[in-house]
Design a binder for this molecule. Structure first.
Ligand code: ATP
Ligand code: PRP
Length: 219
């Protein structure tokens, strides 16, 4: 009888780039090594040295969807992405403290943001983070028209598309290179481990050692 096919598997959803790279040491701490390099392989399902653990390569913004709907059991995703996608159906046991950055408001150098906000004028804000931007400006009582973009937000104030952007900032180099300045801090961002709620119960014995190893590695 072939028992391999009935063996439960843990599927981990990761995005290529910084999340994958910064999750690798945590996986290593759990004794898991990914056998392919996501930057060179065309495969989207990567095997690991643990026969019952595999990695799915998905877009960063798709990680919550895969985990919430059971396409993956666990995943790693930014707090920004979690807020934007809503976290229904997801258990969030751990702040992994990786991919750290902050969410900020930035404007063109020389734009008088304080005056624009004080006068109560409507502000046009371009962002990929619509929910975060809406909540932040609503909290300040500032009326905003939001323009949804999918990247290169820095261009919006430079081209007259928007007065301000809401984007993640880490070193500040991107803002500086584009003559933009940070005018408001919204929140600190880091990446979270998210777990499918059904998997947490049904695959508890397989998941528990991974969660414990991640937790110890973060500490
Ligand atoms: P998608 O490809 O789906 O548009 P993305 O481009 O935001 O997503 P990444 O650039 O890999 O995907 O970012 C993943 C996460 O890393 C973000 O959700 C955010 O939490 C964090 N992040 C983004 N930019 C930085 C940065 N410059 N420094 C540190 N962390 C960052
Ligand atoms: C992110 C973000 C900013 C930049 C900020 O882009 O959209 O442009 O990082 O980082 P900094 O403050 O260190 O310059 P990223 O590098 O992820 O490129 P992407 O938007 O194309 O994913």
């Amino acid at each position: 009888m072939n028992t391999a096919s009935t063996q439960p598997t843990i599927t981990l959803a990761l995005s290529k780039g910084r999340i994958f790279d910064e999750t690798l040491p945590l996986l290593k701490a759990a004794g898991i090594e990914v056998l392919d390099d996501p930057e060179t392989t065309r495969k989207l399902i990567l095997a690991t040295n643990q026969p019952h653990v595999r990695v799915l390569l998905v877009r960063a913004t798709d990680v919550p969807t895969y985990v919430a709907l059971g396409g993956a059991d666990i995943g790693v995703t930014g707090k920004d992405t979690l807020i934007e996608s809503g976290s229904d159906g997801l258990y969030q046991p751990l702040d992994l403290k990786i991919a750290k950055c902050r969410m900020s408001v930035a404007v063109r150098e020389g734009f008088d943001y304080q005056a624009a906000v004080k006068q109560g004028a409507r502000l046009t804000v371009a962002t990929k983070f619509v929910q975060i931007a809406r909540d932040f400006f609503a909290g300040k009582g500032v009326h905003v028209d939001i323009i949804k973009l999918y990247g290169s937000m820095e261009l919006a104030p430079l081209t007259g598309l928007a007065d301000a952007i809401v984007d993640v900032v880490s070193t500040g180099a991107t803002l500086k290179a584009n003559h933009l300045v940070e005018v408001e801090f919204i929140m600190d961002i880091s990446s979270r481990l998210v777990v499918n709620q059904a998997a947490l119960k049904l695959k508890h014995d397989l998941l528990r050692p991974i969660l414990i190893a991640f937790e110890n590695a973060v500490r």
